[in-house]
Design a protein around this ligand. Sequence first.
Ligand SMILES: [Zn+2]
Length: 62
Amino acid sequence: MAADKACTKCRAMVDGATCSVCGGTDLTKSWEGQIFIFNYETSEVAKAISAPVNGRYALKIK
Ligand SMILES: [Zn+2]
């Protein structure tokens, strides 16, 4: 988990060098908390963080 990086653009957790959600390459290890979005179309949490797809997101980017 310590090696996980989060996209600074869309907050998606990224496994690799490029964000699979938005294609961004600006990643950070400085994030706090994680949330899982399963129903982004109806999830209030997804709306709150503007999650474009289902997946794992960092709650807070430092
Ligand atoms: Zn992204």
